[in-house]
Design a protein around this ligand. Structure first.
Ligand code: F6R
Length: 624
């Protein structure tokens, strides 16, 4: 997720901003930039007092630092900076933030997605505005500048502009003609204020400024904050006064980067409601139809598709298994799901009526990359589902759905996985729209159910204390089983993979119907078995799952059942019940996986392992 820094005070803004960006590097990024208001004391760029000086570079912060060292920025005590994780537009110098308005008077940095940017950009273009980037952010720079040129101060301009924007965003902006203030706003995106002596700071999180001050101010949603040397003033978007919540930061830097958690993985699990919401943003056009991020395939080509092959590795493969249930059910197209590492070695049957869907969080997995190259050489079209804008797999694909989870730092995929699930559902609905296998109102209905999922994921996160207790209770076990059916089966596989990766335990996932075909022989007294019970909507599945639970319990297993609210039918055959919110059967993986992630994270913590960097594993597997 992007890193944001803002500063006003008496120090060199360049130093504070670059240091802050360095502290936020852990968030992951693909370009970096800075904007300062020249104070007229010096400058090698011919900048004058009251003018903006901006530099921004693709790649690492070191690229920006080198550019500044080669051509120094003017002296300044007011500035903003940004490390960008590309969403709209690839990771280039031009798309890097800050962006400036039409006359270069206002500069802005942004985290999030402006859903209605296309309409706003079209109307600005109709008024003669020209845009230098492919970003949604530049629209905000033009809108803010139009307001200040029209006489509003930057705070009022921010209130007005935010009121017309849809989506999730944090903005931090400066006006060259008012170096006394930096103005920021937030809606469903992180922002925190640092309050020093005669200086104030803004950051995506406190890591940006804790070396300068530990006094901080937290904002609510839909608020604007103006920082000056004297402090901070908060308003709501409608201009009414508001108050932030003061707090003292007592974390060290390492904890601050993790929002006070012990592991990035735990932080990322807890970020999932936000990640799911972000992955749904901006998917519907004003006319209500669905659209994908990058589409180099036309609808006629998609209508010709008769078979889909999903290729992926590890956790992404399990997301692909869930996609099969959704696509086949909603689109009536047959779907194969294949491990990327096996795909091209079996001489797969491919032609131009086959759509290959490659799922990869990193976008760099060598097995998946080689598989899509093979598919394209056989004239199949490739659609990528990916979290990393500008990575190789989306670049080499014909269409892309970005998952918008933000960078995932823990090696084990969590928010990457749930947002892959969302992207798979979106793809299924998109194909249903193009092929006409669902009515528009049915698609709307599922979109509404999906839009309720961030709240459902938040609800299931409330089970964390119960799950952590279980992890402590079972910390001495060396083996676990996971059972699921239908869309719960891949969740069982994912739950087992998480335990293997993090706690180095023998863990297996099975389709519950397969028990009697072999795995039941593994069941012995005290073996913990996680059972993912399908929602009641599929009663025949539900009842079969209940029989499976009874079978293993009769053989001495300790059963831990994930069951939807209001379903007490397995209570008598379960040692532990964890309640899931009521959701449709196809969407259940989004909530059912969460306790399994929490369990693996906690069990590995109990065993003293490094949860973020499990042994022998790498985040991006770039060799076959
Ligand atoms: C598991 C995990 C791995 C990845 C796999 C594919 O927690 O992270 O199994 O899912 O290596 O990686 P991507 O999705 O980057 O292609």
């Amino acid at each position: 997720m992007c890193g944001i820094v803002g500063y006003v005070g008496d120090r060199s803004a360049q130093g504070v901003v670059i240091d802050g960006l360095r502290r936020l590097e852990y968030r992951g990024y693909d370009s970096a930039g800075i904007a300062l208001i020249a104070d007229g004391r010096s400058g090698a760029r011919g900048d004058q007092q009251g003018k903006l000086a901006v530099d921004k570079r693709a790649g690492k912060l070191a690229n920006l630092e080198k550019a500044i060292a080669d051509t120094p920025l003017p002296a300044s005590t007011t500035g903003i900076g940004h490390t960008r994780w590309a969403t709209h537009g690839g990771p280039t110098d031009g798309n890097a933030h800050p962006h400036v308005g039409r006359t270069g008077r206002v500069a802005v940095v942004h985290n999030g997605i402006i859903e209605n940017f296309a309409e706003l950009r079209a109307s600005l273009e109709a008024d003669g505005h020209e845009f230098a980037s492919q970003t949604d952010t530049e629209v905000a720079a033009h809108l803010l500048e139009r307001e200040v040129v029209g006489g509003a101060d930057l705070t009022i301009a921010m209130q007005k502009v935010c009121s017309v924007l849809e989506g999730a965003f944090t903005f931090v902006a400066i006006d060259a003609e008012d170096p006394s203030r930096v103005v920021a706003a937030r809606r469903n995106s992180p922002l925190v204020v640092g309050l020093g002596e005669g200086e104030s700071f803004l950051g995506s999180d406190v890591a940006a400024f804790i070396e300068h001050t530990r006094e901080a101010l937290e904002l609510d949603q839909d608020q604007v904050v103006t920082i000056t040397r004297e402090g901070a003033t908060v308003t709501n978007f409608d201009g009414t006064p508001a108050e932030g919540r003061r707090f003292h930061v007592d974390w060290d830097l390492a904890a601050a980067e993790k929002d006070g958690h012990d592991w990035f993985m735990r932080k990322e699990i807890l970020e999932q409601p936000r990640a799911v919401a972000d992955s749904l943003l901006g998917r519907r056009t004003p006319s209500g139809s669905l659209h994908l991020d990058e589409m180099r395939l036309d609808d006629d080509e998609l209508r010709e598709v008769t078979k889909i092959i999903i290729i992926a590795a590890g956790t992404s493969f399990y997301a692909g298994m869930v996609a099969k249930y959704a696509i086949e059910h909603w689109c009536r197209i047959s779907v194969e799901v294949e491990l990327a590492s096996e795909f091209r070695y079996r001489d797969p049957i491919l032609d131009n009526s086959t759509l290959v869907v490659a799922i990869s969080q990193s976008g760099e997995t060598a097995d998946t990359l080689q598989a899509i190259r093979h598919a394209r050489s056989q004239r199949s079209k490739v659609l990528a589902i990916c979290n990393t804008n500008g990575s190789t797999i989306p670049r080499e694909s014909d269409a892309v759905i970005y998952t918008h989870a933000g960078p995932e730092i823990g090696v084990a995929s969590t928010k990457g996985y749930v947002t892959q699930l969302v992207a798979c559902y979106l793809l299924a609905l998109y194909l249903a729209q193009v092929k006409g296998t669902m009515y528009g109102d049915e698609i709307d209905g599922v979109m509404t159910q999906l839009e309720a999922m961030p709240a459902a994921v938040s609800k299931v996160l409330e089970t964390a204390p119960q799950v952590y207790d279980l992890a402590r209770e079972y910390a001495d076990r060396r083996a676990f089983l996971f059972l699921g059916r239908h869309a719960g089966y891949p969740v069982a596989l994912e739950g087992a993979l998480k335990l293997k990766e993090l706690a180095y335990l023998h863990a297996e996932g099975f389709a519950a119907g397969e028990l009697k075909h072999g795995p039941i022989a593994l069941v012995e007294e005290g073996l913990p078995i996680w059972c993912i019970v399908p929602p009641r909507g599929r009663d025949f599945l539900h009842d079969k799952m209940r029989s499976g639970i009874m079978e293993v319990r009769a053989r001495g297993a300790r059963t831990i059942a994930l069951v939807e609210e209001g379903d007490d039918s397995v209570d008598s055959v379960s040692d532990t019940i964890i309640r899931l919110p009521k959701v449709p059967v196809l969407l259940q993986p989004l909530v059912a996986v969460v306790p399994l992630q929490l369990f693996a994270c906690q069990l590995a913590t109990e065993l003293g392992y490094d949860v973020d960097q499990p042994r022998n594993l790498a985040k991006s597997v770039t060799v076959e």
